[in-house]
Design a protein around this ligand. Structure first.
Ligand code: ADP
Ligand code: MG
Length: 368
């Protein structure tokens, strides 16, 4: 049965260093939740606390409403799959998958039935007699998942299971894990620093930074309504561009912004609540909401630094005054003739722009 997993103000410190600084979250039964965040932000530590492999400094972890803080990992009914999956090299695929059940002294008939089921679900039946050395990286990772599946866990915990695989295999395994979840309907908590994995697999994504949750939401909620600049910059490829501006005088119809105090506004955003003139405001612009235009009439003029041709899409990276990093623009079919070094106008759709205050919190009226 898929379990509910609840975290209540969970904290973790190693000596004087606070790693997890108070995390509260409820994962619904059967939900696929992905933890993302930069390396070192505490994702693995939190996952290991849920598994029972790491002591909880304070707070509570609950499975189906019961506090499991002091429950032995083996009794939590979690299946864990790590990045480095140590398979037994001298055992076949089916022996590797069944080994945990054998140790647990499961009856032979049950062991056989569960291993058969795992082989079938993971499409490993034809490879059942192979040793790990006779498998590809993806097949080995499937065996590691098989070892977790046969124990019929209530909760699956994955810690960057695909990061050792090459890009094409990662894409393929990503799809397989997604399909597997549709079949098994377990509760899954999946850690990754790969936002494509997070966006494709998650029912909900939890974005971590520095030991805190920065936002929780569906992939599209995070993409369309990032609560802060960190989430805005973390989700989306190419990444959201940021333009530093200041609130200008006027702007009765919305928020007028200039590149610097005293300069004419470059745009008026349909955002309620005027800000005092001179307030710093960061504009967040997605590549698909930006356009290049005629430099003689545009409010912003910059230089194309480079082009990224991905086949279906071409992105131009435009260097603008007031930007630390060039802004990505998705080019329309007729604009793909631009070349690096070219002077271009830069326009964007004001209604789609995100607005952040000096602390990086979203001021956009659509933000949650
Ligand atoms: P992530 O999985 O997000 O990359 P981790 O959870 O592995 O991050 O680590 C979070 C932080 O905790 C890191 O700064 C790491 O150095 C620290 N850390 C992890 N384990 C220990 C430990 N046993 N003792 C001290 N510090 C640790
Ligand atoms: Mg980790």
């Amino acid at each position: 049965m898929p379990a509910t997993v609840e975290l209540r103000d969970v904290r973790k410190s190693y000596g004087a260093s606070d790693i997890i600084k108070g995390v509260s979250l409820t994962v619904a039964p059967g939900e696929f939740v992905v933890f993302v965040g930069p390396s070192g932000c505490g994702k693995s530590t939190l996952l290991r606390m849920i598994a029972g492999l790491e002591e909880i400094t304070s707070g509570e972890v609950l499975f189906d409403g019961n506090i499991v803080n002091d429950l032995d990992p083996a009794r939590r009914r979690v299946g864990m799959v790590f990045q480095s999956y140590a398979l037994y090299p001298h055992m076949t695929v089916e022996q590797n998958i069944g080994f945990g059940l054998k140790l647990a002294k499961k009856p032979a008939a049950e062991l056989k039935a569960r291993v058969e089921e795992a082989l079938r679900v993971l499409q490993l039946t034809a490879l059942r007699h192979n040793k790990p050395s006779q498998l590809s990286g993806g097949q080995r990772q499937r065996v590691a998942i098989g070892r977790a599946i046969v124990r019929k866990p209530n909760v699956f915990l994955f810690d960057e299971p695909l990061s050792n695989l090459d890009a094409s295999l990662r894409g393929q395994m990503r799809m397989e894990i997604g399909k597997l979840h549709q079949t098994l309907k377990n509760t899954v908590i999946y850690v990754t620093h790969d936002q494509v994995e997070a966006m494709t697999l998650a029912d909900r994504i939890v974005v971590f930074e520095g030991g805190y949750i920065r936002q929780v939401g569906t992939p599209m909620e995070l993409y369309e309504r990032p609560a802060n600049r960190f989430v805005a910059g973390f989700i989306g490829t190419p990444t959201m561009g940021f333009l530093e501006t200041v609130a200008a005088h006027g702007g009765v119809d919305g928020l007028a912004l200039s590149l610097a105090a005293g300069q004419p506004p470059i745009v008026t955003l349909p955002v309620s609540g005027p800000l005092p003139s001179g307030t710093p405001v960061t504009l967040g612009l997605r590549p698909e909401h930006c356009r290049i235009s005629d430099p003689d009439t545009a409010a912003l003029v910059g230089t194309v630094l480079m082009l990224e041709r991905l086949g279906a899409d071409t992105f131009a990276f435009v260097d603008l005054p007031g930007t630390a990093t060039p802004l990505a623009v998705r080019l329309g079919a007729q604009e793909r003739g631009v070349s690096p070094g070219q002077r271009v106008g830069f326009d964007f759709d004001p209604a789609s722009a995100h607005v952040f205050d000096a602390e990086g919190n979203s001021l956009s009226s659509t933000a949650c």
